[in-house]
Design a protein around this ligand. Sequence first.
Ligand code: SAM
Length: 231
Amino acid sequence: MGAFKSGMFDPGRVFRCSPAKPQMFTAVKKLRKKIFMLKKIKKILLFEKHTCPWWLAYTWDNRIRPFFQNADIILKPYMNSGITALDVGCGMGYFSIHMSKYIGEEGKVISVDIQKEMLEILKRRTEKSGLDNIIKPILSQGDLSGISERIDFALNFWMLHEVDSQKKMVKQIYDLLNPGGKYLIAEPIIHTSNKYFESIIEMCNEVGFIVESNPKITFSRSVLLSKQKVV
Ligand SMILES: C[S@@+](CC[C@H](N)C(=O)[O-])C[C@H]1O[C@@H](n2cnc3c(N)ncnc32)[C@H](O)[C@@H]1O
């Protein structure tokens, strides 16, 4: 400061004293956030590989969803009281919550996601409906290495296309499943091709799964797999 005589222009002073400084930082921060969101939306629209951001989840997980994806109809055939179910890529918990109602306090739903914001919303929802003792949320780094419980049913709903090491995940699910256990995969039609889905089924066969059926789920390509019972 001393180097500048009074009346002389001091560039540092503009940043040190200007009341516009914090506003400018906030504006830059907001702009960066907007650019980040726009980049994500562009990726989604161009069908590039992406993790679905938590702030976009309400576009499909809302009050209208049960009219086109009724979780009771989708899950009921595989649900029994007391089983352990795994919902990988659970998001805000649409399916986890429905599962827990069938499974009850004798069983467990392990809900895994890589985004803590998704799990926070899930926690709020489960606490509200008193299901927090049945649902165990797990924040993962992208795989299932932190899970040791044996499971009876696994779900990957609209998430496998977001996973980098799909075969690793499918193999981990296979290893966690009890013999006779079921595994339902549903992928969104909008993000996946028929050819892609056939390659997923082929990979599941390689891992050891048996194809049971292709349940009809709106806007989805789906397959129900099972792990053979040891005779
Ligand atoms: C499109 S959302 C679907 C959420 C939920 N299954 C549903 O149908 O409402 C995909 C979710 O998978 C999660 N996800 C992506 N990759 C994952 C991974 N490797 N492990 C666990 N979750 C993952 C994302 O964070 C996101 O919450």
